[in-house]
Design a protein around this ligand. Sequence first.
Ligand code: NDP
Length: 400
Amino acid sequence: MSRVLIIGAGGVGRVVAHKCAALREVFTDICLASRTLSKAQQIASEVKGKIEIAQLDADRVNDTVALIRSFNAELVIHVALPYQDLAIMDACLEAGVDYLDTANYEPPDQARFEYRWQWDYQQRFQSAGLMALLGSGFDPGVTNVFCAYAQKHLFDEIHEVDILDCNAGDHGHPFATNFNPEINIREVTAPGRYWEQGQWKQTEPLSVSREFDFPEVGLRRAYLMYHEELESLSLHLKGLKRIRFWMTFGEAYLNHLKVLENVGMTGIEPVTFQGQEIIPLQFLKVLLPDPASLGPRTQGQTCIGCLIHGVKEGKPRRIFLYNVCDHRACYQEVKSQAVSYTTGVPATIGAKQILTGQWRQPGVFNMEQCDPDPFMNDLNHFGLPWQIKEFGLDEELLQH
Ligand code: NDP
């Protein structure tokens, strides 16, 4: 018997609810809570079997504690927004339950994210005997587990990691983001940053790019960005010399983004409009297509993986460990496109590792700190099979 509370009935929440409801031997009782009850209601009407729903503003710690207690949850899967991370961690500590999320904390008034705020909970979770599992999506999440798996089985030493995220899906809109537009645009417009020889190096936003031939997708241009798993992986991968993160964007997306930035629509400082304060980026979110609505119109694939260079048995080795996911197939299965799917499935698998005791231990953990084997095995069974492509050392990869 295990009772799980899912918070957030968005694109990712829909996938988590579908996947948990299809795995009742682990998730016997499920409650889906969100700010807008009708969204939770809609998802509950789609999933296999019965799940409970509740209205919740997770910024209000006492309300979350009361819901955890009344539902008697053992674990909270937080798939609302990164702004709620600390409030929900506080509620879990107060109510005495485990915690899992897919994105690290961001203060709403600063476009900045780092693990420090959540790592600071280490002592409290440890002494309460509770677990907080951070970043159990795809990237962060599966990419961290790929690195842990490579470290355990494929390499004796890992020297360089390039995480490559390609969404080659087409939704037919001139401009849309495939997860929460506010979070997505804050991330994409931030300066690029990577880690080399113990130092962080900063680049202008989207100013460095390379081409990569993604398996099953083909040649795509990927842009260097800062992404949160760089912070934990640069600490936890022994012998690492460099780690970077790259994401592909089409030209139309980049042109729209540039114009929106130039006219100030991506700003997060309040402006006064007709006597009322508004935040331009929040207003833009209202105008853009809801990512949840992209599901039925998106076709094509995502390909996300880790290009890893290191040494095995005294010989240099280079591999790409990756997953390819098809937007249409995801929609047919859970009524969501692949970006929500590739986040929601790992959240469900991470929750399974906690509830079945495979990963459960007191404290705050990033994914690469746990044994990758049961998670890698579950990826193959729950919709995100992975593959390994071996590269010769003389092959030119990541070309200008
Ligand atoms: P959506 O915007 O589609 O969904 C977020 C949901 O959370 C909405 O239903 C929203 O409610 C609800 N919500 C927002 N604030 C609150 C609150 N205070 N209390 C209760 N519910 C709230 O986002 P996504 O589903 O696309 O993304 C979910 C999370 O997954 C985000 O944190 C995102 O950063 C993360 N993510 C992680 C990825 C990874 O690979 N690690 C990749 C993609 C996303 P309402 O409907 O009322 O607005």
